[in-house]
Ligand binder design. Sequence first.
Ligand SMILES: [Cu+2]
Length: 191
Amino acid sequence: MRLAIFLLVIAAAILGLALWLDRQPDEKSVIAVSHAWTRPGSGTNGTAAVYFEIDNSGDGGDQLTGAQTPVAEKAEMHTSQMQGDVMQMRSIASIDIHADEHIAFSPGGLHLMLTGVRNALAEGDHFPLTLEFGKAGAITVDVAVTEKGLAAPSAVPSGTMGDNKAGDKGMGDMPMRDDSMGKDHGAAAHP
Ligand SMILES: [Cu+2]
């Protein structure tokens, strides 16, 4: 009987220690990337705009710091913003993804701009895209080439870009007709 009580006390102590360790600050980001797509015809002039969604279901923040894909020489993050009646794009070095945050890369807003696309992308094509996160590491997703898009069109909340850092090689001086935004952004907007 005494032994049983003794073992119970030990077990309780171990459980208590485990719970205590569990509560120590150990904030982690849990990153999921979904609905990655680009439009067919993108790539005919060497550029393509890729859209996707990022969800951080963890209790710690993270950062999207870069991207790469075998189908293009370079991939960089761009914002789109109206300046008067001209759509301007700016490259940004990184994007903060706070705990519990959802960020949509969508037409007319944030997008990943591919340059040096090696082959024209046709409806039904797929290609891999690797996104690099500061804490979560590299996450590779499959990008679908589809006219319809994979996600419901949703505007990027205006507050989302507040703490994004502008890259020093900004493309803010590149004007873009607003009638070219959206539909043919990727195919027509870049040289
Ligand atoms: Cu762009």
